[in-house]
Design a protein around this ligand. Structure first.
Ligand code: MOS
Length: 730
């Protein structure tokens, strides 16, 4: 088969859905309008743990416009069938309004349904809930951890004892919330026993399956629709209780229901990046060769589910060393369940490992890049598998050159600009991109246009655009003649839109479907006596701009349109699939080297990031303009984690003290400096057919460490806490 010419893939195209977005025509979950819709507002538990003793809803029910108040005392019992899928962590998921227990502050204890949003909001304020309250346990450092997950190679204790240089460092990482611009929202409508849900989610199939399990419905009785997602960062990777509340309220009231979480409710109604306490002991020889590492990792989870994330792999494979021991313990607390957040696991681990590497470099008087090079592994030492591709060393070279690393003075607190102390720092980043099963469907119509569908999402990375690029080249069509549809559980199923998996997974399924359609057309032509391509070897035919022709002699050929018309075909159609990584084993990771220049006010401790550069080894880049946006977004997110973001819990009653964008700080334009992103050009052919490695997560990994290391270079102060605050630098 002749390879298809690539015209759209690799081109720096703008978003195909850009106009819809900027003109307000893109419909988000809460914007879906249904006649006769009623509004639901959740009443949040005002204790952190305990039992509901009574609910008095009389005042709320009397309020004009209120249709119904639903709580555990009057809600129908729901089947809550087991569902190990849908990203439900091990445990027993929260069952809304099924009993009197309160497991965390903010848990839904009632819902008020009213004909207007205002009536529902006021009604919710009138519901009187009495509790038997207990003192919640919400402090990671004071609670009893669960059984550890362990990893070991060599003898880390002995290795550490025999190391010339030993570091023993403990880091505290704050809880972070995703804060997508669009709040989570659900519109639910029952038609008899069939339920349709418009829901903000990064996984329509996961939400679909969870709703079916909770309500005990057959799969084909549930439909989940979500064509646009206004940011996710991981918050939409599972179905949250409010979605069930909305569907339940619609069933009880026999009306379509709209439920939108308030910004405040986003802090306990959806998950978060868990806080960590992470002790790292590191041993090396005097030339900086690592000998041993011991990682003791504690992270918060809820009392009812055990959330795990990939916080261990980086410590096993990023650097070469014979002796490693890790213990990762989740600590059950009276909080809601955490979930993945941008660069999950790896971003947390990398702050620790990469900060420690910087400490080691300083201790030894070795340049931080040189130290990393001395510990570059030749294979994945945790599996003894070869790397599919690993160009981290090249990331260092390109990054050092482009950033002007040679201008860094290794002596801390040695560069000033007036009152500002200037510092440069760097860090390495790694992420294990997902490759999950996915399906897609492609249809080429007689008019020469095509529609490609898959039940994936586009939370902002530009999936609409990048999948259209992939489909257009595989079909030999222009961008304008291909429509890619997503966000509907009626489309071919896919895995979660997260974990940097979408292009490798959905993209591979899309290519498969489109390749089949193209080959059907080619076969039709070469077997058609009336076609100019009659008798040509099918392997020698390519398609370009909707025209089939012999590879190398464009004159001989015809268009899809004429071929289908002459053969009386209304369309050609195929279903494509991707089954995940094959049996061939290799260590498949995306990498980066991230560089930061900061200025720290010598008197006030204020940190300003001045410049940042990310250099990425993420395989083939399908959509350079979108990839650049992803990198900028990742770096902005990393600035947030490094310097600003911190969900603060009041441990007296388990309430979140800063549930809103006024008090939970995120970077704004004034916090975001000159950013540059460089993608190393190349393909990872072991990984998948497209040669991509996924880039949505790796762009966040290492950013906080690079900034922390720059702060050390500027000030001589090592802060082992995230976020790094002015107070810590005074
Ligand atoms: Mo990403 S944290 O998998 O949305």
């Amino acid at each position: 088969m002749s390879p298809q010419p690539q015209a759209a893939v690799g081109a720096p195209l703008s978003r195909v859905d850009g106009v819809l977005k900027v003109t307000g025509k893109a419909e988000y979950a809460a914007e879906h309008d249904i006649d006769e819709v009623v509004h639901a507002v959740i009443v949040d538990a005002s204790i952190g743990r305990g039992r509901i003793t009574s609910i008095d809803s009389r005042a709320a029910e009397k309020h004009a416009g209120v249709v119904r108040v639903i709580h555990y005392g009057n809600a129908p019992k729901l089947p809550y069938r087991d569902n190990a899928g849908s990203n439900n962590p091990p445990g027993r998921r929260l069952r809304v309004f099924q009993d009197d227990k309160v497991l965390f502050h903010g848990q839904p204890v009632a819902v008020v349904v009213a004909t207007t949003l205002e009536a529902a909001q006021h009604g919710a304020s009138l519901v009187k809930v009495r509790y038997d309250a207990e003192k919640p346990s919400t402090d990671l450092t004071k609670a009893e951890p669960g059984e550890p997950t362990r990893y070991a190679r060599g003898d880390a204790e002995a290795g550490l004892r025999s190391s010339a240089i030993r570091l023993d460092l403990t880091y505290e990482l704050a809880r972070n919330h995703h804060n997508p611009m669009e709040p989570h929202a659900t519109v639910a409508r029952w038609d008899g026993n069939r339920l349709t849900v418009w829901d903000k989610t990064q996984w329509v199939m996961g939400t679909h399956d969870e709703i079916a399990a909770v309500f005990g419905l057959p799969a084909d009785a549930v439909r989940v629709i979500n064509p646009f997602v206004g940011g996710g960062f991981g918050s939409g990777l599972r179905c949250w209780p409010h979605t069930i509340v909305a569907a339940l309220a619609a069933r009880v009231t026999r009306r379509p229901v709209k439920l939108v979480l308030s910004r405040k409710q986003m802090y306990f109604g959806t998950g978060f990046r868990p806080s960590y306490e992470y002790r790292l002991r590191l041993g090396s020889d005097r030339r900086g060769r690592l000998n041993a590492a011991i990682h003791d990792i504690d992270a918060e989870t809820s009392s009812y589910e055990t959330f795990n994330e990939a916080v261990m792999p980086a410590g096993q494979m990023l650097y070469s060393m014979p002796n490693v021991r890790q213990a990762y313990r989740t600590v059950p607390l009276d909080v809601n369940t955490p979930i993945w957040m941008r660069g999950p696991g790896f971003a947390s681990a990398s702050f620790v490992i990469e900060s420690a590497m910087d400490e080691l470099a300083h201790e030894l008087g070795i340049d931080p890049i040189e130290l990393r090079r001395r510990n570059e592994p030749s294979e994945d030492e945790s599996t003894n598998e070869p790397f599919s591709t690993r160009r981290l060393s090249e990331c260092y070279t390109v990054g050092a050159r482009e950033f002007g690393w040679d201008r860094r003075n290794p002596k801390p607190r040695s560069t000033r600009d007036g009152d500002w102390l200037i510092g440069l720092g760097m860090a390495a980043g790694v992420y294990d991109p997902g490759r999950f099963p996915a399906q897609a469907r492609a249809r080429l119509d007689a008019d020469g246009t095509a529609v490609v569908e898959a039940a994936t999402s586009d939370m902002g990375p530009g999936t609409y655009t990048s999948q259209t690029q992939v489909a257009a080249d595989a079909l030999g069509l222009t961008m304008r003649t291909v429509t890619f549809r997503l966000g509907d559980s009626l489309y071919p199923p896919t895995s979660p839109h997260g974990g940097s998996a979408t292009m490798a997974s959905v993209g591979s399924a899309v290519v498969d479907a489109c390749d089949q359609v193209r080959q059907q057309a080619i076969k039709l032509a070469v077997e058609d006596r009336e076609s100019p391509l009659y008798g040509v070897n099918a392997d020698d035919v390519v398609v370009r701009n909707g025209r089939l022709h012999v590879q190398g002699s464009p004159a001989r050929g015809e268009t899809y349109k004429s071929l289908l018309a002459r053969n009386d075909r209304s369309h050609l159609e195929a279903k494509g699939s991707y089954n995940g990584p094959g049996s061939e084993r290799s260590a498949y990771f995306a990498y980066n080297a991230t560089f930061a220049e900061v200025a720290v006010d010598a008197n006030l401790g204020l940190v300003r990031v001045r410049r940042m550069l990310g250099v990425y080894d993420a395989g083939r880049i399908i959509s350079p303009k979108l990839a650049e946006s992803q990198a900028f977004g990742g770096i902005v997110g990393g600035i947030g984690t490094a310097l600003l973001e911190h969900t603060v819990t009041d441990h007296r009653d388990g309430r979140i003290a800063n549930p809103g964008l006024a008090d939970y700080l995120v970077p704004v334009n004034a916090d975001v400096p000159d950013i540059k992103a460089i993608y190393l050009d190349g393909e990872d052919n072991a990984g998948n057919l497209l040669g991509v490695k996924g880039l949505g997560e790796v762009v966040q990994v290492g950013v906080a460490a690079a900034i922390g290391n720059a702060v050390f270079n500027a000030t001589g102060r090592r802060v082992r806490q995230l976020p790094i605050t002015a107070e810590a630098l005074l």
